[in-house]
Design a protein around this ligand. Structure first.
Ligand code: G1P
Length: 275
C-alpha cells in the first residue's frame, strides 16, 4: 500500500505572470478550486493520505490552504454558506500535510530529492499539479497504484502527443507488455522531434521506488542545466525496471494558458454545472 504522495510546488509559474507574481501558480483556480487541490484529491482517492509538499519562498498560501482558516470557520459556521467549505474540509479530514522548502530551483529531480526527508524509505506517488488529470472512473494515481501492486517498480504515466510537441516532455521507448503498459528501455528529457525515440510523453504522475533518491544524488545536471528526474529514471530502468502506463482519462496542460482555459471550460461544463 502506497500512503505518501509528493507534490513539487516550488516552481515560479512564469507563463502566468502577472497573476503569479505574489500568488503561487498552484493556487490558480480551475473554476472554484485551486489546481493543487485537484491533485491532492486524486492522491487521497488513491489512498495516499500523507501529502508531502516541496514548497519554496512565496508559497505560504499553499500551506494556509491545507489548514483551518479559523476566522472563516467562525464567520460562516451555522450559515447557509458553510457548504462552500465542504470540499476543502473533506480534504483536511482525510489528509496529513507535511512540508519542506526547496531553497534553490535546480530542477524536478532536485525537488524530489528535497522531499526525501518527508518520504523516507518507501514507494511513493508524485503529482505535478500543472497536469490536471480527470477520469470518470478511478483517477490516474489509483490506476497506477493498482499497477504497482503487480510490478513493484517505478511507473511513469504516459500519453501520445503530436511529434512536434515531444520537446516539451520526457519521452520513453519500450516494449509493450500489454495494452497501454510498457517496460521502459529508453527515456529522454525534452528531445528534438528528430531524435525522439517515440511520441509517448511522460505526464506528471509517477510512482517511484525509494532507491530513486540515491540515484538522484549521483545524477548530473541534464537538459536546461537541471537535475532531471527523467535521467534518474533512465538509470533506474537500466539497473532494474521502470514501467510506463498509458492511463485512462483526460489530461489538461494547465502549465500553459490555452490548456488552463481548456480545463476551466471542461470543468465548468462537465463537473461544476452538474453539482
Ligand atoms: C516535467 C518533466 C517531464 C514531463 C513533464 C510533464 O517537465 O521533466 O519529463 O514530461 O513534467 O508535465 P516540465 O513540464 O516541468 O518542464
Amino acid at each position: 500500500m502506497i500512503t505518501k504522495c509528493l507534490f513539487p510546488v516550488a516552481g515560479y509559474g512564469t507563463r502566468f505572470l502577472p497573476a503569479t507574481k505574489s500568488m503561487p501558480k498552484e493556487m490558480l483556480p480551475v473554476v472554484n478550486k485551486p489546481l493543487v487541490q485537484y491533485g491532492v484529491e486524486e492522491a487521497l482517492e488513491a489512498g495516499m493520505t500523507t501529502c508531502a509538499l516541496v514548497t519554496g519562498r512565496g508559497k505560504r498560501a499553499i500551506a494556509d490552504h491545507f489548514d483551518i482558516s479559523f476566522e472563516l470557520e467562525h464567520q460562516i459556521s451555522g450559515t447557509g454558506k458553510e457548504r462552500y467549505l465542504d470540499s476543502i474540509r473533506n480534504v483536511l479530514d482525510k489528509g496529513v500535510f507535511t512540508m519542506v522548502r526547496q531553497r534553490e530551483m535546480k530542477g524536478l529531480g532536485h525537488a524530489i530529492l528535497t522531499g526525501e526527508s518527508l518520504i523516507g524509505h518507501e514507494p511513493f506517488g508524485v503529482v505535478l499539479s500543472d497536469d490536471l488529470c480527470l477520469n470518470d472512473g478511478p483517477g490516474v494515481l489509483s490506476q497506477m497504484a493498482e499497477l504497482y501492486r503487480q510490478f513493484r517498480c517505478s511507473i511513469v504515466a504516459i500519453q501520445e502527443v503530436p511529434m512536434e510537441d515531444v520537446n516539451k516532455y520526457g519521452v520513453i521507448a519500450g516494449e509493450a507488455l500489454k495494452d497501454g503498459v510498457y517496460r521502459v528501455d529508453k527515456m529522454v528529457e525534452k528531445p528534438d522531434p528528430a531524435d525522439a525515440p517515440s511520441n509517448l510523453a511522460i505526464i506528471g504522475r509517477y510512482i517511484l521506488t525509494p532507491d530513486i533518491f540515491d540515484i538522484l544524488r549521483e545524477t548530473e545536471p541534464g537538459a536546461n542545466g537541471e537535475i532531471q528526474l527523467t535521467d534518474a529514471l533512465q538509470t533506474q530502468a537500466q539497473r532494474g525496471c521502470v514501467m510506463a502506463y498509458r492511463f485512462k482519462g483526460r489530461r489538461f496542460d494547465c502549465g500553459s494558458v490555452p490548456g488552463f482555459v481548456e480545463a476551466t471550460n471542461y470543468v465548468y461544463e462537465n463537473i461544476y454545472s452538474n453539482q
